[in-house]
Design a protein around this ligand. Structure first.
Ligand code: DC
Length: 196
């Protein structure tokens, strides 16, 4: 069982996906954290995206055994992630790893291409959006920086950020986190079976 949540930066994906996973007892996968890890190492000599060991330990993100949970959250790391995410070799390596992770069990995975590329057969697909001004405010960054990243993510040749045809769009502008979480949980068939 997979709930795929895709959408642009600042739409609330991480907060919402984590809360949806908690509500359903599913495991949360933050694929953006994986691109951010690659972004941290992309300038290293001999860089090979297949050679990186990216792991999750609860809320912590480990890169080759080092805890990079804070280092990957800077605005610079976000832009570096968006840049390396245009590289097809990087995408192939991370998509393979993501498919391995979600192969067993029940997951809420969030990113840009979960419903389109990583798991086109996901049982539930959500496209989470919000107004650019509200998204920039939430991230504490200038609207121009956010729009630059959106345009790079949506305009790239390989696996551009786009809503899957069968995704349910949820616009979080002006909604509380609880309202968004409830709307997504209501889409999950397993949850309805449990309630019947
Ligand atoms: O969700 P985030 O802000 O942590 O993602 C950082 C960057 O990683 C984002 O600008 C584009 C890239 N990314 C991607 O291309 N595909 C994903 N599934 C997740 C993130």
């Amino acid at each position: 069982m997979l709930v795929a949540i895709d959408g642009p930066a600042g739409a609330g994906k991480s907060t919402v996906a984590r809360a949806v996973a908690d509500a359903l007892g599913f495991t949360y996968l933050d694929t953006g954290a994986m691109y951010r890890c690659v972004g941290l190492r992309a300038q290293d000599p001999g860089f090979d995206p297949h050679g990186l060991d990216i792991a999750f330990d609860g809320d912590r993100v480990l890169l080759d055994g080092d805890d990079v949970s804070e280092a990957i959250r800077t605005p610079q790391a976000a832009q570096a992630a968006s840049r390396v995410a245009t590289d097809p070799a990087v995408r192939a390596a991370l998509v393979a790893r993501q498919r391995e992770l979600i192969a067993d069990g029940a997951w809420v995975a969030e990113g840009r291409d979960i419903g389109t590329v990583v798991a086109p057969d996901a049982e539930v697909k959500v496209w989470l959006t919000a107004d650019p001004a509200e998204r920039a405010r939430r991230r504490g960054i200038p609207v121009d920086d956010l729009v630059e990243r959106d345009e790079r993510d949506a305009g790239r040749e390989h696996a551009p950020m786009v809503a899957a045809d069968d995704a349910v769009e949820v616009d979080t502008t002006g909604l509380t986190i609880d309202e968004v979480v409830a709307a997504i949980v209501a889409l999950v068939p397993q949850r309805n079976e449990v309630q019947e």
